[in-house]
Design a protein around this ligand. Structure first.
Ligand SMILES: Cc1cc2nc3c(=O)[nH]c(=O)nc-3n(C[C@H](O)[C@H](O)[C@H](O)COP(=O)(O)OP(=O)(O)OC[C@H]3O[C@@H](n4cnc5c(N)ncnc54)[C@H](O)[C@@H]3O)c2cc1C
Length: 445
């Protein structure tokens, strides 16, 4: 068969969709990308007016030197390993010490782990997990209670682990977490881009497929021909009633959108796929960028974990600007929902400023040093509605179930379909390429 005649529609122009389109285009397929919003990139986005460097309002860190890392390097991105940076954690005062809330002190991340034997604790979860792989799943919170983890460590874990995953200790699966940590290779393999944004990277890397994006085109149903012997193609319909025909369709929308049935599948997806969609969960969250008149933190401080509701903070001017002083907080779960209530936001931000003032012994009022801030809320961003998928309870291998093609006509990509690197840009890109390769393989015999 001549693949030049083969048409593929991709739903969604995040990195999974653009990566898929790029791979298919290189292999001679005719591609159309339907995007609900008026912009490409999805959860990769930037703000160029807030500071004198582009602010990453979506994804920021590159995890591991993967395909995305190589792509970024190819288009001129300067990738700085974040293991070179200094990270601090507010001490929590267990083991007989009495560090009251409000009198916290910062200690280096490595010393914190050493002091509270956390490395050992992480490893023990994994070992136990390996031994008991077949036992029932449970929320991390429940597991911690069974293991008698000190209550004061909970706030640290909420920040370090639950906030990172965009979830809560109550909703995170101990099994999923342990399996994920086991697969993940840490050690000096996370990077930030210092001379451009990820949005710039994808615009440069996928320049030839951007003209194929049809914006403001939310897809609301996809009908496929299920007869294995006859491929009569797929019909995609947008919310204005326009129909598009293709040989294959790749759906890359966030799992929140699959969960709220924003696309109707005809015939309905299998029971197994529906179960996968039901078990997959997308965390709540967003990013708060705060710009200050001056730097009141030590120049080599990069990241902080504080005992406040807004507690996972990093210095995003680091290696990017000497003139703009910007801190960023990743805010997730209920705190991210509370950020939309003006009174709660005011309270949480002043709690944070007080903590920063006290912890860095700042003479001036930190709140007075604030020039401006931006809150980028992904929970209320239409067509995304969440931050990323996390290791939810009883998920097992259901990410792969969602990723299975239907009748070689309907394909699924996007971060949530990557069993290994879900919730990342590199994972999302891998899934787009994975599905493109599946389609290419159909014609390679
Ligand atoms: C605040 C935040 C911080 C993050 N930090 C990091 C990080 O530091 N490192 C990292 O690796 N990853 C990070 N991530 C995760 C990373 O951004 C995502 O995993 C990745 O960008 C997802 O890409 P995707 O293509 O799967 O989905 P998306 O980027 O969500 O793309 C899906 C696209 O589908 C479109 N769409 C939805 N519904 C429809 C419809 N009905 N019809 C047509 N189009 C539709 C959407 O508008 C969107 O453009 C972060 C994410 C967020 C939100």
């Amino acid at each position: 068969m001549d693949q030049n005649q083969k048409k593929v529609i991709i739903v969604g122009s995040g990195i999974a969709g653009l990566g898929c389109a790029n791979e298919l285009q290189k292999n001679g397929f005719s591609v159309l990308i339907l995007e609900a919003r008026n912009i490409h990139g999805g959860r990769i986005s930037k703000n160029t007016t807030f500071a004198d460097f582009p602010i990453e309002t979506g994804a920021e860190e590159i995890h591991l030197p993967t395909k995305y890392y190589k792509l970024a390097k190819q288009v001129g991105a300067n990738c700085e390993p974040d293991s070179n940076f200094d990270s601090f954690i507010e001490d929590i005062g267990i083991k007989g010490e009495d560090i009251q809330k409000g009198n916290g002190v910062l200690i280096e991340e490595d010393d914190f782990y050493e002091k509270y034997k956390l490395e050992k604790f992480y490893n023990s979860i994994m070992k136990e997990e390996e031994k008991n792989l077949l036992c029932d799943d449970m929320p991390i919170l429940e597991y911690f209670k069974i293991k008698n983890v000190d209550q004061k460590l909970f706030q640290f874990y909420e920040m370090e682990l639950a906030t990172e995953y965009g979830s809560t200790l109550k909703d995170l699966s101990i099994k999923g977490y342990a399996e994920h940590e086991q697969r993940w290779e840490y050690d000096e393999k996370n990077f930030i881009v210092t001379n451009m944004s990820h949005f710039d990277v994808i615009e440069r890397a996928f320049a030839t497929v951007l003209p194929l994006v049809k914006y403001n085109t939310p897809v609301n149903y996809i009908a496929i021909q299920t007869n294995q012997l006859q491929n009569n193609g797929v019909v995609v319909c947008d919310s204005f009633g326009n129909e598009y025909k293709a040989d294959h369709v790749v759906v890359t929308i966030p799992v929140s959108q699959l969960k709220n049935n924003s696309i109707n599948f005809i015939p309905p997806l299998s029971q197994e796929k529906q179960k996968a969609i039901q078990l997959l969960q997308m965390g709540k969250g967003g990013k708060l960028h705060m710009k200050f008149k001056e730097r009141f933190w030590p120049s080599d401080t990069y990241s902080l974990i504080l005992r406040t509701q807004i507690g996972l903070i990093w210095n995003c001017s680091y290696h990017r600007s000497k003139a703009s002083f910007v801190l960023c907080a990743l805010i997730s779960g209920q705190t991210s929902i509370d950020m939309n209530d003006p009174n709660k936001r005011k309270y949480m931000m002043s709690e944070l400023f007080n903590k920063l003032q006290q912890i860095f012994k700042v003479k001036k009022n930190v709140e007075d040093l604030l020039l401006d801030y931006i809150w980028t809320d992904y929970n209320t961003t239409k067509y995304i509605e969440g931050i990323y998928s996390y290791p939810s309870l009883n998920l097992g291998s259901y990410r792969s179930v969602l990723a299975q093609p239907v009748n070689n006509q309907l394909f699924f990509a996007g971060e949530a379909t990557d069993p290994k690197y879900f919730a990342t840009i590199n994972g999302a890109l891998d899934t787009g390429i994975r599905e493109a390769q599946r389609i290419i393989q159909l014609y390679s015999k």
